[in-house]
Write a protein of this length. Structure first.
Ligand code: NAD
Length: 360
């Protein structure tokens, strides 16, 4: 296969972790006979510096033509100016919107070797392996809103959903569940919110197409509790934008370190493609405190490459090979500083990338 991948390395440790991710793609290409071509573009603080905007038009155009987009991270103190009209993070929101990426997927799988890194009891965490899917382009973040204005008396946001917006993300979640342990948990607040009642009704309708997938509904407040009380009982979780935003961060704590967690944001199928365009990125930020030191953990970005291979290129064997290589390296006791414990061999980003590449 030949694939063109747009790389948005971004700021801080972004270039360091995307370099390791490209190393992994290269070795996957050699091992399995694919040719991956990279097209580097600017987004975030580096784009503000060089182009005067966090998301240049040519970056959007290149992403729309690509088979997949790999992102490092954006932001940093240099661009944290309260009066600035543009910020690196604006680029991130704008690219999701421009590419119509409506579903954010965050797998949370506990690596047995890292069980001590979490703040939660080992007996609770054991067996945790879930995929949290957050709706990304609807709900309160995009519905009609009113700022309080100078008088500061009244303000509102509107949690607005339409039937097609719910259908497409639930269908994507159901397909994901079908490829996993066939259980879907839909999160809503149907006892209070009208948009949640529509969410639940549409979910039930869509799931009639998936009789082989078990469906459960959990209210969002109860879900906040169950996630840390019985995380191992969940397979695929689907939630609207605001609930998903909160729950994905909570779920990320189950895995111990932010340096380990990948994510994918997926859009619709495009003409001439049978797989969706996707943007793949680690969930962590640009880590300005460690940027340039060569000590960043590249594994979240490398695991994002596995998601890229699986979801946008349809290369499941290759994706599994990357994930297995990461497991093997961790099982051998190799760690970056953020996940190190007594007795582990601590390496930098480049060496970690080399070791995973060698395993593949
Ligand atoms: P952060 O995720 O960058 O860092 C939080 C802590 O985790 C830091 O101590 C950092 O050193 C550590 N860390 C993060 N990733 C790591 C890795 N791969 N290896 C080792 N340690 C790692 O969050 P922050 O400090 O709140 O934000 C820094 C900047 O990143 C801000 O400008 C923020 O807006 C931005 N940000 C960007 C994204 C994104 O691009 N998607 C996401 C979150 C934050």
């Amino acid at each position: 296969m030949q694939a063109r991948i747009v790389v948005l390395a971004g700021d801080g440790i972004g270039p360091e972790v995307t370099n390791e991710a490209k190393k992994i793609l290269d070795v996957v290409g050699q091992r399995f006979g694919h040719a991956f071509a990279y097209d580097h573009h600017l987004m975030g603080g580096c784009a503000i510096d060089q182009k005067g905007t966090s998301l240049p038009d040519e970056t959007v155009a290149a992403c729309l033509q690509a088979d997949a987009v790999l992102l490092g991270a954006v932001g940093g103190p240099k661009w944290d100016i309260p009066t600035a009209v543009d910020r690196p993070e604006r680029g991130l929101l704008a690219i999701r919107k421009a590419l119509n990426l409506f579903a954010n997927l965050r797998p949370v799988k506990l690596q047995p070797e890292l069980i001590h890194a979490s703040t939660i009891k080992e007996s609770v965490l054991e067996g945790t392996d879930m995929l949290v899917i957050r709706e990304l382009t609807g709900g309160a973040y995009f519905g009609p809103r009113q700022e309080a204005g100078d008088a500061g008396y009244e303000a509102y946001d509107t949690m607005l959903y339409t039937r097609p917006e719910i259908e497409r993300v639930v269908r994507l979640a159901a397909e994901a569940a079908r490829a996993r342990r066939r259980k879907l948990t839909s999160v809503d607040k149907a006892n209070v919110l009208a948009s949640s009642r529509l969410w639940r009704r549409v979910t039930v309708e869509v799931m009639q197409e998936y009789p082989d997938v078990t469906l459960e509904h959990v209210l969002v407040d109860a879900m906040a509790m169950h996630l840390i009380r019985r995380p191992a009982t969940f397979d695929v979780i689907v939630a609207e934008n605001l609930f998903g935003d909160i729950l994905t961060d909570e779920a990320s704590m189950l895995a111990g370190s932010m340096g380990m967690l990948p994510s994918a944001s997926l859009g619709d199928l495009r003409n001439g493609h049978n797989l969706p365009l996707g943007l793949y990125e680690p969930i962590h930020g640009s880590a300005p405190d460690i940027a340039g030191q060569g000590i960043a953990n590249p594994l979240a970005t490398i695991l994002s490459v596995a998601m890229l291979l699986r979801h946008s290129l349809g290369l499941e064997t290759e994706a599994a090979a990357v994930e297995r290589a990461v497991d093997d390296v961790l099982a051998a006791g190799v760690r970056t500083g953020d996940i190190a414990d007594a007795g582990s061999e601590v390496v930098g980003a480049t060496m970690m990338g080399d070791l995973v590449a060698a395993r593949i």
